[in-house]
Ligand binder design. Structure first.
Ligand SMILES: NC(=O)c1ccc[n+]([C@@H]2O[C@H](COP(=O)([O-])OP(=O)(O)OC[C@H]3O[C@@H](n4cnc5c(N)ncnc54)[C@H](OP(=O)(O)O)[C@@H]3O)[C@@H](O)[C@H]2O)c1
Length: 220
């Protein structure tokens, strides 16, 4: 979703900085999109974000789509699993806001990506649900504390992105097909549909403290 949003923002003429942990994936992003600035950093490590902030003097819009999540029954979830998940989806947004808001334009915005697990319970997603919900609480409060900077959340439902690549062979298409078939829209989402939602949050000057659910009717 982050990559799709970066591609759309570049097409609109924005100067886009893309952050990730894997140099290989950053190089691939630069090859596929072209004109972006890439930064190798783990946003769950505060020193990485501090170093990053030094190299980005001005920010109009900050978007965080990072997540590295484990779906496991609660009883089988270790503290190590939880710590790993906290990095991208909890500490990352906090460190980015802490170190980049002083560089953010007053008419700029912050957008976090949460997820539908916060609304509709799924066995195996207890920590994911907790992290998604926590981001939404964080965003609503920051919308007051950082005002007039706008702070919003996009809450995706199931979306066909590389996050599902762990499923082998036909299992990937079969699983996404079955999940999609149970939704009012009859299919899962695309990264472009979520990127469009991200662009909307960036560009709508009256939207702040909001959660936009783009989930094919998952919560209907
Ligand atoms: N896809 C879905 O079905 C779905 C459903 C509900 C919610 N969501 C949420 O929507 C957001 C975007 O999902 P997606 O499907 O686009 O995920 P994705 O394809 O896995 O992309 C997530 C990106 O985050 C980066 N990342 C993870 N941890 C990081 C860290 N600590 N520091 C820096 N970069 C980090 C990863 O790059 P590196 O590994 O190279 O760092 C990866 O490129 C996530 O918050 C996800 O939880 C997704």
């Amino acid at each position: 979703m982050g990559l799709a949003l970066a591609r759309k923002a570049v097409a609109l003429g924005a100067i886009v900085h893309v952050i990730g942990r894997s140099q290989e994936r950053l190089d691939a992003a630069r090859l596929s999109i072209g004109d972006i600035v890439t930064h190798r950093a783990d946003i769950g490590v505060e020193a990485d974000v501090e170093a990053l902030a030094v190299n980005i003097p001005h920010v109009d819009h900050l978007v965080c789509t990072a997540a590295d999540l484990a779906f496991k029954p609660f009883a089988g979830t270790s503290n190590e699993d939880i710590e790993r998940m906290l990095g991208g989806k909890f500490w990352g947004p906090i460190y980015l806001v802490r170190h980049l808001t002083k560089r953010l334009a007053k008419d700029g915005s912050v957008t976090f990506f949460s997820g539908a697990a916060a609304y509709k319970a799924i066995p195996g997603a207890s920590i994911v649900a907790a992290l998604n919900a926590s981001l939404e609480g964080l965003a609503r409060t920051l919308a007051l504390e950082l005002a007039p900077i706008r702070v919003n959340v996009i809450s995706p439902g199931v979306v066909d992105s590389p996050v599902w690549d762990f499923l082998p062979g036909d299992a990937r298409a079969d699983t996404l097909g079955a999940i999609g078939a149970a939704l009012p829209r009859g299919r899962v989402g695309t990264v472009d549909e979520l990127a469009d939602a991200g662009l909307f949050a960036i560009s709508n000057g009256f939207m702040t403290g909001s959660v936009l659910q783009i989930d094919g009717g998952n919560n209907a």
